[in-house]
Write a protein that binds this ligand. Structure first.
Ligand code: NDP
Ligand code: 13P
Length: 332
């Protein structure tokens, strides 16, 4: 009998839950680290994650939930990090560089490490010495909630090592998931960070009662902003109309499932940042990312009116109406 591929998934939120569904249904052995003991016990007893997309039922012959992060990754060939960026340092604090040796690390995270303002793959390289070519990122327009409903979805796996990316695609492909490898790992990682900020801006505008006409213009302007930023930080010929770039921006800006859009919508309707965070039991990465991009852009000086507006609204207390009014006059 062929040995099962051993994969560790770190994180207990919606995206980790969706990825465990895909991988375990493809008969990989998934060791799953969640930080809460009660969640692990619930999974072991009932086969459901109690707090995130709880309708998904897991086959416990293939899914091994645990609170022990060292034991979770020990035997795995692939380690998927699916913890929101702001909590990664804390989540991985018990692990040493040796723990990752010989493994492929896959970031499922669409954020940056706050304070350090680095991408997750750079953090894993700097902090744990994981070489860039031993890493992949999961990109593309894909909400966990739609994976749970088995709706047709597309993922892009970025890596400097295209064979490794293809090998990971093979672990993901199924009846409703198509996966394609791509070598622009930094481009898709930065784009995923930026699209969350733009989706926040779209939510803010929606909360202020702007309509679809305005949002379409905001998204078109945003694409140009993203293009300028990527050109400044990582110039490469890339097709930004691809689904890992434009596609991910569109799904996050328009989907009812988007955390970032929902968070922005609350801000537009007058919630404070604290109260919006309290209302959502999920994480809007764009809130943290906008600070990192704002810091990075002090050096790059890219013209980023939408990102700057979101920064001023969330971190400087400027009224959302004031900032969107300014954008309204700048957009073409
Ligand atoms: N959801 C999606 O559809 C997609 C998400 N992603 C990315 O996946 C990553 C994970 O997000 P997602 O799964 O959506 O997360 P969710 O928003 O679904 O859940 C939040 C997660 O954050 C954890 N968390 C919250 N506060 C803390 C804290 N103080 N310390 C440690 N952990 C904390 C929660 O743990 P607990 O429950 O124990 O509090 C939970 O696991 C993000 O980077 C996101 O951008 C990428 C593609 C799709
Ligand atoms: O990246 C995502 C879909 O591709 C998820 O976006 P949200 O975090 O805004 O839900």
């Amino acid at each position: 009998m062929q040995e099962k591929t051993k994969i560790a998934v770190l994180g207990g939120g919606s995206w980790a839950t969706a990825l465990v569904k895909i991988l375990s249904e493809n008969k990989a052995e998934v060791r799953w680290w969640l930080r809460n003991t009660e969640d692990v016990q619930h999974l072991q007893q009932f086969g459901h994650n109690p707090r995130y997309i709880s309708g998904v039922k897991f086959d416990l012959n293939y899914v091994l939930p645990s609170n022990n992060i060292q034991a979770t990754i020990q035997e795995a060939d692939w380690v998927i990090v699916a913890v929101p960026a702001a909590f990664i340092q804390q989540a991985l604090s018990l692990l040493s560089a040796e723990a990752f040796q010989g493994k492929t690390l896959v970031s499922a995270v669409k954020g940056m490490i706050p304070g350090q303002n680095v991408l997750i793959t750079d953090f894993l390289k700097n902090h744990f010495g994981v070489p860039a070519e031993h890493q992949c990122v999961i990109a593309g327009p894909c909400h966990a909630e739609e994976v749970a409903l088995e709706k047709q979805s597309y993922l892009t796996i970025g890596s400097h090592d295209i064979d490794r990316a293809e090998a990971f695609c093979q672990l993901l492909r199924n009846r409703y998931v198509k996966a394609n490898p791509l070598d622009d790992i930094d481009g898709v990682e930065y784009c995923a960070v930026l699209k969350n900020i733009i989706a926040l801006a779209c939510g803010i505008a929606h909360g202020l009662n702007y309509g679809d006409n305005f949002q379409a213009v905001m998204v078109s302007n945003a694409m140009e902003e993203i293009e300028r930023f990527l050109h400044a930080i990582m110039p490469l010929p890339r097709k930004l109309t691809g689904s890992a770039y434009l596609g991910d921006l569109l799904v996050t800006a328009y989907s009812q499932f988007s955390r970032n859009r929902t968070f922005g919508n609350m801000i537009g309707r007058g919630y404070t940042v604290k109260s919006a965070q309290f209302e959502m039991n999920m994480v809007a990465e764009g809130y943290y990312a906008v600070q990192s991009i704002h810091e990075l852009n002090k050096r790059l000086n890219v013209e980023m009116p939408i990102v700057s507006a979101v920064y001023r609204i969330l971190y400087e207390g400027v009224g959302p109406g004031v900032e969107i009014d300014i954008l309204k006059d700048q957009f073409k």
